[in-house]
Ligand binder design. Structure first.
Ligand code: FAD
Length: 414
């Protein structure tokens, strides 16, 4: 039997998140106007603290490690409610979850003890980030030619790893007030003579380690409250035991983390599209545009709206199934997550342009907010592994693998 009814606990999470968003996120964006990236990020601090207090960081950590995460579906339910009001603060909260993901899946008890407590305390505004992407390109991180791909390097010197290189799009690495993020998970090659499959690793680096240098807070075109940075690692020394897993497990760690986020990107896109749908529906029900009836009474307008709604519903349920598969397979089943990331992110960008078609030329003015939502939504196909350069190649690998079973993901046979 398939049951789409939320459990009482999930319904509570959903309603609490809806109320949280109304209280803490409704006016957030208006306070960012005219500020630079660092200033806009700073505006979100109180809301981030409130999100931590509400348990939204803990919700991304499993109970044995001090968190409250029962399933990725729960995270998706909360994320949709928050993002349907404001997308950039939830992006920071989820980016911290992504920064912790390698630790959660591949950490040792000693690493948990050292790095996790602040993230599950429910206090303050702790920040973690995955420092994976590089300025010269990220799509070919798995290139087997050792002379290509990632350039950041980690060399063992006595009891310490020494990291050198540059990363781009590392979320909130500069931290609150420029005091650096609490924890960065940095991907680096331990031996440039070896392919990344043998030599890419992930390292836990406290942001305040000497040599972590913020070169730039990136001015992006959307998601104004979520700042990403260009970071230079200059002779950054961390203890030998700060490596995650074994040498050479970097790709596996990154892909496990990116499988979880692929499920969630679908719901991020749904959140933004839901907001656009609300704006278009309200406009269509209230505006006559000089005619005799509200424009929703014109069948072509109503058709666009009902198509938008159907796409949002479809993306939501695909996301839930992808997250459910992730839980059931302990992150091993990648296909549905990645398909969801590609399919839902692109479909939801289309929903926002549909909303603009409903509203017409008024949508080209800033006050409707639709152009801003389009700029926010455009990140979903592009980041978290671009759909063209990363995600569709992953799908190609899955579909062309020996023994691929086209029904396995649908039937949850892992
Ligand atoms: C808001 C935001 C948040 C982000 N958060 C993080 C984060 O938390 N951590 C992090 O490390 N990064 C983060 N990023 C960076 C981002 O996830 C990656 O840099 C991005 O996904 C890389 O994808 P890409 O395909 O554009 O890569 P690129 O390497 O820049 O590729 C560019 C283009 O080249 C083409 N291409 C390249 N190689 C191939 C190939 N082999 N086959 C086919 N086409 C190819 C494709 O058309 C591709 O679109 C973030 C970015 C943004 C904007």
């Amino acid at each position: 039997m398939i049951d789409f009814e939320l459990s009482p606990e999930q319904r509570k999470l959903q309603l609490d998140a809806r109320a949280f968003a109304k209280t803490h996120l409704t006016d957030l964006r208006s306070k960012m106007v005219g500020l630079d990236a660092a200033g806009r990020f700073e505006v979100t601090k109180a809301a981030y603290e409130a999100a931590v207090k509400a348990g939204y960081l803990k919700l991304q950590v499993p109970p044995p490690l001090g968190g409250t995460m029962n399933s990725l579906v729960d995270v998706a339910i909360v994320a949709e409610e928050l993002i349907a009001v404001e997308s950039s603060l939830p992006l920071s909260v989820l980016s911290t979850g992504l920064g912790l993901m390698g630790l959660l899946f591949f950490g040792t008890p000693q690493q948990y003890e050292k790095f996790l407590p602040q993230f599950v305390s429910g206090e303050g505004a702790p920040l973690a980030g995955l420092s994976f992407s590089e300025p010269d390109g990220t799509a070919n991180y798995h290139n087997t030619d050792p002379s290509k791909g990632f350039k950041t390097e980690a060399k063992l010197d006595g009891d310490e790893w020494v990291i050198n290189g540059r990363k781009i799009w590392t979320p909130h690495a500069a931290g609150w007030g420029g005091n650096k993020a609490d924890l960065l998970a940095v991907a680096a090659r331990v031996d440039k003579g070896k392919s990344p499959q043998e030599g890419l690793s992930m390292f836990l680096v406290p942001g305040n380690t000497p040599g972590v240098i913020i070169e730039e807070n990136i001015e992006a075109v959307g998601q104004p409250g979520a700042v990403c940075c260009i970071v230079r690692y200059e002779n950054v020394r961390v203890p030998k035991e700060n490596i995650l897993g074994e040498v050479g497990m970097g790709i596996m760690i990154a892909e496990t983390a990116f499988t979880a986020t692929a499920g969630l990107v679908g719901i991020m896109a749904v959140g933004v599209a839901r907001k656009a749908f609300g704006i278009a529906l309200e406009f269509a029900r209230t505006q006559t545009r000089g005619g005799s009836v509200p424009i929703i009474q014109h069948q072509n307008v109503a058709t666009i709206l009902s198509d938008m709604k159907a796409k949002i519903e479809a993306a939501r349920y695909l996301t839930w199934k992808a997250c459910w598969n992730f839980d059931r397979s302990m992150g091993q089943s990648q296909e549905l997550s990645i398909m969801n990331k590609v399919f839902s992110s692109e479909l939801m960008v289309g929903v926002i342009t549909d909303a603009m078609r409903v509203v017409g030329v008024e949508s080209y003015r800033q006050h409707t907010g639709l152009m801003e939502l389009l700029q926010d939504a455009m990140v979903y196909p592009l980041f978290d592994g671009g759909n063209v350069g990363v995600r569709r190649l992953q799908l190609q690998r899955i579909l062309s693998a020996e023994g691929y079973d086209p029904m396995a993901a649908a039937e949850a046979q892992f």
